[in-house]
Write a protein that binds this ligand. Sequence first.
Ligand code: 26W
Length: 807
Amino acid sequence: MPTTQFDKESIKKSILGKLQRYNGRTLADATPQQIYFAVASTVRDQIMQKWVAFREEDKKSTAKRLYYLSVEFLTGRSLHCNMLNLCSMETYLQAFKELGLDWRAIIKEEPEPGLGNGGLGRLAACFIDSLASLSLPAMGCTIRYEYGLFRQRILEGQQVEMPDTWLENGNVWEVPVPDDRCQVRFGGWVEEAHENGRMVFRLRDYYSVDAIPYDMPVAGYDCQTVNTLRMWRARSPKVMDLATFSSGQYSKALQEQELASVISKVLYPEDNHYEGKELRLKQHYFFTSATLQYALKDFKRRFGRNFRLLPEKMTVHINDTHPGLAIPELMRLLIDEEGLGWDEASWIVQHTVAYTNHTVMSEALEKWPEDMMRNLLPRIYMILQEINRRLCARLADHYHNGADPRIAKMAVTAYGQVHMANLCVAMSYSVNGVSQLHGNILKKDTFRDFYHFTPEKFSAITNGITHRRWLMNCNPRLSRLICDTIGDGWIRDPQLLRELLPYREDAAFQAEFEKIKRQNKETFSQVLMQRQKMSVDPDFMFDVQVKRLHEYKRQLLNALHILVLYNRIMDDPNFTMTPRVFVFGAKASPGYYMAKQIIRLIIAISKLIDRTPRAKQFLRVIFLENYDVSGAEALIPAADLSEQLSTAGKEASGTGCMKFMMNGAVTMGTMDGANVEIHEQVGPENIYIFGMRADTVSDLYQAGSYQPIQIFEANTELRRALTQIIDGTLFPENPAALQDIYHNLLFSDHYFVLKDFGSYSMAQRRVDADYQNREKWLKMAITNTACSGIFSSDRTIREYNDLIWKM
Ligand code: 26W
């Protein structure tokens, strides 16, 4: 075993040695940052040893490889998970103890890479963990953003965005790989010529950008596999022009280098909302082209120029449409660089690229202006046009009518726009949704016409989360209890968590479970104190809604309900309820006005309660600032109730819901996305379901008859709460501050907040009563943990592999 080099004594020696060599310090006078570096680079050394051995083996392999392309990988911190996946936790903890180090403090020093917005990016991170742990050969490919998602601060009750400088002190986990650098070309024009009886295309007057890969090892759990997360960084290919520099024109000399490197400068903060920004298109093409150039190089090294073999030897999986230019780029590389004909290249692409859709929100579907595409990527644009021409010809043929309206709906280019989802559906061999409901909506609605042509392409594979990070790592107390109760088989096979079911009525087990939840609440309260100088009472019920702020996720439903509770408390001196703290965490896209107003509302309600002593006995509202992966890891194990309130049909899957469930929180949710499947797993008695079903929502949109004002008039409690938004209750000095929320709800309410409010409020009454019945509640909570195994991303990845990748 190579790990014997990393026994306790050598770990201690390594940490002390690194502090001495890199910092010239002893342990006693090293800073926490320096200690973190010494520890993390010791763990890295251990991974590197495995990585080298793994890659030696891998080089000889002729097996199929997966390239998982995603514009986001929201990995969170790595140190803790790496120690766990190496199965060296105990040894490290012993070493820390003997050195007098507090490991919690060390872990906190790691900057969190915020290379993602929300669900899509976090899913990619769970997937690479599962891929490695199941020993499937895969490379995650993305952009090495210098600035990740903004850091959120709350100032005067409003969100303020600050840059996320995660690379400031370096990144211990990455290794630059200059030998795999390549160039990506933009702009110019296409010269067409005949050579040896065939058309050739040459890009002229282009400018190119260097793509430099930085690799991060992804160590699988208790196995020899170490996969790679490859992050591409953009750099100018030109060294700075010294003549210009010497003549004193410093800024001109620097300009060109700056222009190239902006491509990997910053992550776009829009989630589920598309804007046709040119820099974003550059980012997408940049990392997609670099990845495919590398993938082809690797393919040729292994199999020569036998390109027919390509679909058998690699899959390019595109995580939503953002890397969709992989399709024309692979065509370009095969035709222009390798000399293949159109038909052969097209066949290869259509058997190599697989696509996952993550949203049906129309404002999130990418459509690039044709002009922009033509100017920035002229050769790619040409290929897109040819793909479109052939697609439309086939459709016209099929419908016996070149003017059939379905053709424009399915076209790749139409009305001056390139429709990325149509490109991906038309040219991939697989199109999948991320929950059963979402998969059905794709077939019946979003891609209905495509589905009629090629039903065999479509599938639904429900998302998952890695139980290693989201249970073993973030909730060590519960993990220990589970191991003590049913053994540790569930770590390899999380479905074995079901063996907990008989214990849900066991009084001793319930007591332990309850004790752990309380301890986790105390721990969270400490974290909250460190993060924003606040604490919470661990005797309160923890009711949590954490996710991106978006109107469809309906944080408003929750906020209005809190106002209703406030009024019940204030109106009736005899009123009592289960004391509850409502925790919110949510970043709003900086340009999303309504989302920012909703944050203001939540904070205003929090302040209203804090200045009202009677209300404070029963209610608290906490807005967790800068909600990120580390925040989630501290909060989710402490939650009692998980709020999943999206308008049915809008949340493709949701993955937060699974993390809460696994940690023993009960769901309050609509029949949307993965909630439907949680309901199926735990049964109706262990979940709170409310609101309209997706088909009813769809009918209501069709009918166009919804009038929220009628509900406003009929529901007294709701009317009162809504009125408080504008009557000075919340902002005595500025009552109009949130009037847009009020107007929107009354006269539009696109996401049916008012419509579902009554049902939500009733379900919340049941929660209040059930939580008092400790036995009943604990039984529900334990059932949720016990039934959560199916939502491990190991199951998800196995399904992708069986159905799509076939590695
Ligand atoms: C171009 C702007 C943009 C940015 C991000 C459009 C769309 C996106 C993502 C596809 C949005 C997203 O993160 N979707 C979420 O994906 C998760 C993983 O599958 C699901 O669990 C969530 O329900 C879905 O909202």
